[in-house]
Design a protein around this ligand. Structure first.
Ligand SMILES: [Zn+2]
Length: 212
């Protein structure tokens, strides 16, 4: 795909970052007609992904207003993960290397582990170097080549089956596709399980190629 590159304050704005004009809309949440889960009162097919998961409604207007670093746009994040697009430039990483993908995650004191769950989309090597230079939350990071980034589930806002109101709390809940709890969630991120991980030191990465 071709992607527009937006700049703000002299810095590139990553593809997945939300803009101030991309507001959330909160439709009325109702019990799904099956009685198993929630839906929107005025739900349309576009509100669910191919797995039937209900997604948050968010305007799509990249480049409009201010870039809201580090807020991620829910639907561009989903698109980046499901199509393996670079989260920085939006390019198709499959065109660069069909056998492994580069992931850069915030350093939480250990390397990227087998089966690690993440809502981070892959990055192409040149963009990885840009990201760790400019993104404050990636100044301390871990990186890995990943052979099998598997679709695992979603993260989102859980709803109480009795009240049909969001469960209080700040954290997004991560739920696997095979967990019935996914029907009581409004998804805001798609989540991958990273398998076949090989740690990589980005300082040794060739920014112009896949650096195999
Ligand atoms: Zn890129």
């Amino acid at each position: 795909m071709t992607s527009h590159r937006y700049m703000q304050g002299g810095l590139p704005v990553p593809y997945v970052i939300a803009w101030s004009a991309e507001t959330h809309r909160t439709p009325t949440v109702v019990l799904h007609r099956t009685g198993q889960g929630i839906g929107y009162a005025d739900e349309v097919p576009y509100d669910r992904d191919m797995d039937g998961v209900l997604w948050i409604r968010q305007a799509i207007a990249p480049g409009s207003g201010r870039a809201l670093f580090p807020t991620v746009h829910a639907l561009r994040q989903r698109r980046a993960i499901s199509r393996m697009l670079c989260q920085v430039c939006g390019a198709d990483t499959l065109e660069q290397d069909q056998e492994r993908w580069l992931f850069v995650l915030k350093d939480v004191g250990q390397p990227v582990g087998e089966g690690e769950l993440t809502s981070a989309a892959p990055v192409c090597p040149p963009c990885a170097l840009i990201a760790v230079k400019h993104c404050p939350h990636l100044r301390k990071h871990v990186a890995a080549w990943v052979e099998r980034p598997l679709s695992w589930g979603v993260a989102g806002i859980p709803y109480d089956p009795r009240t049909l109101l969001p469960v209080p709390g700040d954290d997004l809940a991560m739920v696997a596709y095979d967990d019935p709890a996914i029907r009581w969630l409004v998804a805001t991120r798609q989540v991958l399980s990273l398998e076949g991980c090989t740690a990589v030191d980005l300082s040794g990465l060739n920014a112009t190629a896949g650096a195999r």
